[in-house]
Write a protein that binds this ligand. Sequence first.
Ligand SMILES: [Zn+2]
Length: 264
Amino acid sequence: MGLLSVAVPFPLVVLLVCATAVLVASLLLAADRAAAARPAAGPGERRRPRPAPHPPPTPHGEPPEGGTLVDGQYTHRKVSTLSIQPIRIFGDPVLRTAAEEVDTFDKELRGLVKDLLDTMRDEGGAGLAAPQLGVSKRVFSFDVDDVIGHIVNPVLEFPDEEEQDGPEGCLSLPGLYFDTVRRQNVVAKGFNEYGDPLQIVGTGLMARCLQHETDHLDGIIFIDRLDTERRKAAMAEIQSQDWYNEDVKVKVTPHDAKGVFFKR
Ligand SMILES: [Zn+2]
């Protein structure tokens, strides 16, 4: 400041000092206001408890990441804004029930589509149909070679007779794959969650996915598509799984299955 007072005329020094004082005062005032805006933490207050970690896996089978096996089905906690739902396992009657057509495209339907997409991605599945979440409606999601989407009320068309034979699996039969004959080329016609018409042209894996998921909407599980010999071998393997339970009957569903998004 000594050097400054030599170089700068006296009135300007006063002005600078005054300006600095005003600046400091306003900064202090702002800090006071910020402190006043924060609610005072009382002695009894605690920080919000951290969410509990995922429950430890049960000794039955190898649960998918983030999930655990409870009463014969995999369950998941909700993670942040994701909407991850429990997946119904083979043996649950909902997987053997033909699903209803959607005729109201509303918020409830879009919630179901989000559940399907989030749960499918969490499981790393190629597709997931609403009945696998306990919702008997004609909707499924798919994720094949980074083509991700959903379709409502799908109807399949087969442009030719070509077939494919290869491994197929299902999130409702965790960990199992059986060679299944499918058509090689499929066109699925249906609607998006807003009721706009859409068409998916599938070949190879996408065609397999579209057939597998549409089957779910008709109460068909992929092992039904196996010939007698393969099916017998598949059933023996299914029955040897830790998750297999003849008596599994899950009744709880996150959705109103009576038709919130369907006309009665
Ligand atoms: Zn499946």
